[in-house]
Write a protein that binds this ligand. Structure first.
Ligand code: C2E
Ligand code: CA
Ligand code: CA
Ligand code: CA
Length: 279
């Protein structure tokens, strides 16, 4: 009632102006961030649940901006997606991540996988498959050691292009995983028609496996379904031993989460690899 008499524009314009000013500022900073070398990849290990052995890492993007400090992906990826900047940024991520995986192998002798997140706009860009192939060739990483993480939401658009891109990547030998499994509007049929290798169970299901009977049942059902379709399963967001015990009992193949390690800058990750191999 306080705003009675004011038009909708008058009521909302000041906030809208502020928001769009902030967005523009972030956008113009983000445009220069690649040249200024402000992006950095953090790596979080993915381990075999039964043995704790390291089998790979997920690359997670960070933006170190002198004015804004460390910016987390949830703050800038949506904007990068809207503006199309995710395409050059995504290429940078692919190249960087593949190179790191090769370096870790040289340093540790470990055959090490690397998982890279792919956003919808990037995936649908006509140059995407070439960008993936280029990252593999220039780093020398074998295709089967790269896993692309694609969200359920992207897959559910059911388009011919989606299916063609996935098949091309599959033929090249790249591994494909469904990220945040269970959070989309799952029409499970895509699992049998698309060449996925792995399901990543969203952390919202993993968190309460020991507190909520329903979450335990869901996780158990997802693991069994995935295995009967010939897919591997990664549990995300594993934070304590009780969750690991549950996942191990349910034969969840791989685990990832703070219980094992937080995401780390590349050099810390290399140290971590060395010490955990000795252990
Ligand atoms: P995501 O792919 O689901 O990544 C997992 C997120 O969970 C990461 O957040 C990670 O730091 C966090 N996490 C890992 N272990 C735990 C745990 O035990 N407990 C909890 N509560 N969280 C955990 P982060 O790094 O902030 O990334 C957020 C999202 O940003 C990612 O979600 C992914 O969708 C997106 N993202 C990150 N890097 C990239 C990238 O290079 N390209 C694209 N397109 N998206 C990216
Ligand atoms: Ca992911
Ligand atoms: Ca495959
Ligand atoms: Ca996820």
């Amino acid at each position: 009632a306080k705003n009675k008499g004011k038009s909708a524009y008058e009521r909302f314009a000041p906030e809208m102006k502020e928001v769009s000013h902030e967005r523009l500022q972030i956008e113009s900073r983000m445009r220069r961030a690649l040249e200024l070398n402000e992006f950095e990849l953090y790596y979080q290990p993915i381990v075999e649940t039964s043995s704790g052995k390291i089998c790979g890492a997920e690359a997670l993007l960070r933006w170190n901006n002198p004015t804004m400090g460390m910016v987390m992906p949830d703050k800038f990826i949506p904007l990068a997606e809207e503006t199309g900047l995710i395409i050059p940024i995504g290429e940078w991520v692919l190249n960087q991540a593949c190179r790191s995986a090769v370096r870790w192998e040289q340093a540790s002798g470990l055959k090490h996988g690397i998982s890279v997140n792919v956003s919808p706009r990037q995936f649908r860009d006509p140059g995407f498959v070439d960008a993936v192939m280029h990252a593999l060739q220039s780093s020398g990483l074998p295709a089967h050691r790269l896993e692309l993480e694609i969200t359920e939401r992207l897959i559910l658009d059911n388009s011919i292009e989606t299916s063609e891109i996935l098949s091309r990547l599959d033929r090249e030998g790249v591994r494909l995983s469904v990220d945040d499994f269970g959070t989309g509007y799952s029409a499970l049929s895509y699992l049998k028609s698309y060449p996925f290798d792995t399901l990543k169970i969203d952390k919202s299901f993993v968190q309460d496996v020991n507190a909520k009977q329903e979450d335990a049942s869901l996780v158990r059902a997802i693991i069994n379904m995935a295995h009967s379709l010939g897919l591997k399963v990664i549990a995300e967001g594993v934070e304590d031993e009780a969750q690991t015990d549950f996942l191990n009992e349910e034969h969840c193949d791989y685990s990832q989460g703070y219980y094992y390690s937080r995401p780390m800058p590349e050099l810390d990750y290399e140290d971590w690899l060395r010490t955990s191999q000795r252990a």
